[in-house]
Design a protein around this ligand. Structure first.
Ligand code: CP3
Length: 359
């Protein structure tokens, strides 16, 4: 279980520096060296995670065990001294809490019973939904109690489009034919599914904030497969609505958006969703992003996860380029997508020393 040094008196006094660096960046401050965390930092690249995970065969059960989930979130923070912890869970707890069948097969990824056009849609019963997700809120409360004050706690959800891809395709997909066809041929039915996911996701994020997360990230992993008009309708519009609802309830809690693979659509996403932070994938050129992305939007990203896996000179070159390009803006160092299971922890340490010694 968590084993942090008790906080010293000076650290526990309210001071400018007690506010986590990550939150200062999301409040438009330039912080140097920048705060750093890594998507999927809690997970299989860590031997201590694999040992913890071996205690439960069922992955969702692991996610719904606060003691295990708290420990999984703390592991990378303890090992590396990162600037943020992300609550340990998965984006697919939302369809699970909506009563769909969700399973994770070892080595195969998630499997769901596919939802088809014309099927009865799940019903968003708010009370039953949050009752199902109570263990996630317990994880958040436990993490807030265990983390030092200067480490930010991040909550998250999948964005409606990405969660819908898993619900409709029945798991991962190569070409997203089923969902893309549904969106064209039964617009009304598909819109109702997306509206349901907007309701569930906004309500879920609000509860996470009430339990103690200090910022939330919306993962739209499959945003990049849509042409511009479909991107606006199924990525920007649902995200903008979630931002409005969360902001209405908690105006001060910053929201980070991650429309992975969006390319030039990142610009419209930044302007129209009004997220506070934008997470860039590794295909985005930093010199393009500093010109194209509005100043009020903090940038997060965007190291290639393969450069991290490679380590050495390739990692050094890529990381320094990103630091140089984004150094004058409110910026959070991160990967362009999740850390891969075969990544050596020593390479994460190398990255941290590059980022923290860079001035
Ligand atoms: O540090 C963290 O970020 C941990 C929390 C976290 C997990 N999944 C744990 C997890 C987060 C933020 C996610 C998000 C997630 N889950 C996304 C969006 C981000 C992305 O990577 O694109 C998506 C698309 C999923 C759905 C999902 N969950 C898939 C496709 C898989 C199987 C493939 C894989 O990477 O294993 C999962 C399983 C999963 N989620 C694992 C972890 C640590 C591995 C399962 C295990 O430990 O056995």
């Amino acid at each position: 279980m968590p084993d942090f040094e008790p906080m010293s008196e000076t650290e526990s006094l309210p001071s400018q520096d007690a506010k986590p660096k990550l939150l200062r960046v999301l409040d438009h401050k330039v912080v140097n060296p920048p705060p750093i965390w890594l998507m999927r930092q809690a997970g299989r690249h860590l031997p201590e995670y694999r040992a913890l995970r071996a205690k439960t065969s069922n992955f969702l059960e692991f996610c719904y065990s606060p003691e295990l989930a708290i420990e999984a979130s703390l592991q990378p923070v303890r090992r590396y001294g990162l600037d943020a912890a992300i609550m340990f869970s998965d984006i697919l707890v939302v369809p699970d809490a909506l009563g769909r069948q969700v399973g994770f097969m070892a080595g195969e990824g998630p499997k769901l019973d596919p939802l088809r056009p014309g099927d009865a849609l799940p019903v968003f019963d708010e009370e039953a939904f949050h009752a199902h997700l109570t263990p996630v809120y317990s994880t958040v409360m436990g993490l807030r109690a265990a983390l030092p004050q200067d480490v930010a706690l991040i909550g998250f959800a999948g964005a409606p489009w990405t969660v819908a891809t898993y619900m409709v395709e029945g798991g991962g997909s190569r070409d997203f034919q089923k969902i893309r066809r549904w969106a064209y041929t039964d617009l009304g039915g598909f819109q109702r599914l997306m509206d349901l996911l907007v309701d569930a996701t906004a309500s879920y994020l609000i509860r996470q904030i009430e339990a103690g997360v200090q910022t939330v990230q919306l993962f739209d992993t499959w945003a990049g497969v849509l042409p511009p008009d479909q991107f606006r309708r199924w990525v920007i519009e649902p995200t903008a609505e979630i931002v409005r609802r969360v902001r209405k309830a908690y105006p001060k809690t910053p929201i980070i958006g991650f429309p992975r693979g969006a390319g030039q659509n990142y610009i419209a996403y930044a302007f129209e969703t009004e997220v506070n932070g934008l997470s860039l994938d590794a295909t985005i050129s930093p010199s393009w992003a500093v010109r194209a992305i509005p100043e009020r939007c903090a940038i997060q990203g965007n190291l290639d996860n393969l450069a991290l896996m490679a380590g050495g000179a390739a990692l050094e070159r890529s990381a320094r380029d990103i630091l140089q390009q984004f150094g004058k803006r409110p910026f959070i160092f991160n990967l362009g997508h999740g850390i891969l299971p075969d990544t050596a922890p020593e390479h994460v340490e190398q990255l941290l020393s590059i980022v923290r010694e860079n001035r």
